[in-house]
Design a protein around this ligand. Structure first.
Ligand code: FAD
Ligand code: NAD
Length: 467
């Protein structure tokens, strides 16, 4: 094989693309990655999961220290050094970029820097920002080009006052007031970051609840907890217009049949993301897209063009890094003739606020809408010793099980550390576990995770530490 021909060419180096490349190389396939940006890692590593979590951690730390007197820790002259907080976040990202680059080198994956364009018949043209284009040949091509933030028709990003998450993880000062449109993952995570750092933040959401993808009980509790923390939240509110004047954005919105207005120095528009396929040459290669511009795939992530596969945010499904990674692993295994496998019904979702919101499988409402007879167990963190010891009692664990078989159908958690706790339930569900199995699993004491065991026992009204 020449230097420009490969078994697998992956376009995009996000968690979908780079993980797919590693798995393909592990399976002995000659693999290349084409990445438009000079840094590897995609949205997740560069402007998404990792920098947002670095800021969430730093701002939580700042907030915790400001509340530490109750623990007997007195801090005089607490001050925010935002430039240092941003520098640390950038260092975290840089370190992870280096890690991905090292993995590519160690696995002998060739990285081509430039924009990849499908040419049909297994060919990909790579156009770098400087220098000449070259054409690669691949027996298999994997589209992993990710997603981009959505704008509203009357509200376009200007990078200064009306911004996406990319700018909102890099403000050089704390905005006095910030409006967040969209009470989903980005809106709540970044809304909490800037609220903790001193901004007056209002989250505007047109659905009846924030975190609408989670279980109804959990979303309601989240709203109460975040309001208590100082976040202003306006649900059932639809933004209808915007005007920027003298550095201030004025939004108009419809709220329960009346018109309301909001003003702020910054507006974070976080109303979802769309598949990114600009300049990719889908038509040239005969790759079909659906009505929302997502690359159409079958149950093995094969596109309509022979030898072309697609994974991650660019296809239908939850736009989550771990889902993209699992897609990538399965595609590499299918290409190598192995039995790749993904259970898309068991992709956990987490919003990394404090407390965190995590869920997996069916919500109670979704199960009932499907006509399934369910039993529900709940356990409030106020009765968990570890949660009390660490002042983190705002939370609940909820387990939804099939009333006839006791099989766990879904779970939702709002708790500090819910992102780590949910894995326990995902593991049980992966092996078809029942609520009784989970309730009989030994959990170390004292841990917040004991609330999972208690919620599982509560499915049959057998919880030990609640009545
Ligand atoms: P991406 O990560 O978007 O990578 C696509 C790559 O393709 C990019 O590097 C891009 O430059 C490149 N590319 C595009 N077109 C071309 C082309 N023609 N040629 C060459 N290269 C190209 N998910 C979670 O699971 N947990 C989180 O905590 C989380 N936090 C997030 C926070 C924020 C602020 C945002 C915006 C997203 C977050 N997400 C999170 C979502 C997560 O980032 C995405 O689901 C994930 O990055 C999707 O991976 P991907 O590989 O499909 O695409
Ligand atoms: P999202 O889909 O999570 O939330 C968007 C919210 O905006 C929804 O609640 C929706 O009802 C609301 N909305 C839509 N149009 C509106 C309007 N006109 N006015 C008011 N509200 C409106 O999208 P996001 O928060 O932008 O995140 C984008 C993607 O990135 C998501 O798929 C998400 O899963 C992913 N992401 C994940 C994480 C994580 O896993 N922790 C973090 C950030 C982003």
């Amino acid at each position: 094989m020449s230097d420009t021909s490969f078994d697998v060419i992956v376009i995009g180096s996000g968690p979908g693309g780079y993980v797919c490349a590693i798995r393909a190389a592990q399976l002995g396939l000659k693999t290349a990655v084409v990445e438009r940006d000079s840094a590897l890692g995609g949205t997740c590593l560069n402007v998404g999961c990792i920098p947002s979590k670095a800021l969430l951690h730093s701002s939580e730390f700042y907030h915790e220290v400001s509340q530490s007197e109750n623990h007997g820790v007195k801090v005089d002259g607490l001050k925010l050094d935002l430039a240092q907080m941003m520098k640390r976040k950038d260092e975290v990202v840089k370190r992870m970029n280096g890690g991905v680059k090292m993995l590519m080198d160690k696995r002998k994956i060739t990285v081509f820097e430039g924009t990849g364009e499908l040419q049909g018949e297994g060919k990909v043209k790579v156009t770098p920002s400087k220098g000449d284009a070259q054409t690669l040949e691949g027996k298999n091509i994997v589209i992993a080009t990710g997603s981009a933030p959505v704008e509203l028709p009357f509200l376009k990003f200007d990078g200064k006052h009306i911004v996406s998450s990319t700018e909102a993880i890099a403000f050089d000062e704390v905005p006095p007031r910030m409006l967040v449109i969209g009470g989903g993952a980005i809106g709540l995570e970044l809304g909490c970051v800037w609220s903790r750092l001193g901004s007056e933040v209002t989250v505007i959401e047109f659905l009846p609840t924030i975190a609408a993808g989670s279980d109804d009980d959990i979303s309601k509790l989240a709203e109460r907890v975040f309001k208590k923390q100082g976040l202003k939240i306006a649900t059932k509110t639809k933004v209808t217009g915007a005007e920027v004047k003298d550095g201030v954005v004025k939004l108009t919105a419809e709220q329960k049949d009346k018109e309301v207005t909001y003003e702020a120095e910054k507006v974070l528009l976080a109303v979802g993301r769309r598949a990114y396929t600009e300049g990719l040459g889908l038509d040239k290669a005969g790759v079909e897209a659906d009505e929302r511009g997502r690359v159409k795939v079958d149950e093995h992530l094969r596109t309509s063009a022979k030898g072309v596969w697609a994974i991650g945010d660019v296809v239908a499904g939850p736009m989550l890094a771990h889902k993209a990674e699992e897609d990538g692993v399965a595609v590499a295994e299918w290409i190598a003739g192995k039995a790749g496998h993904i259970d898309w019904d068991l992709v956990p979702g987490v919003i990394y606020t404090d407390p965190e919101i995590a869920n997996v499988g069916l919500t109670e409402r979704a199960a009932k809408e499907q006509g399934i007879d369910v039993k529900v167990g709940k356990f409030a963190l106020a009765a968990n010793g570890r949660a009390v010891a660490q002042d983190a009692t705002d939370g609940v664990v909820k387990i939804i099980a099939d009333a006839k078989t006791d099989k766990i159908l879904g779970a939702a958690i709002i708790a500090r550390g819910a992102s780590e706790m949910i894995a326990n339930i995902v593991a049980h569900m992966t092996y078809g576990g029942s609520a009784e199995d989970l309730g009989r699993t030994i959990h170390a004491h004292p841990t917040v995770s004991e609330s999972i065991k208690e919620a599982a026992l509560a499915v049959d009204k057998q919880a030990i530490h609640s009545v």
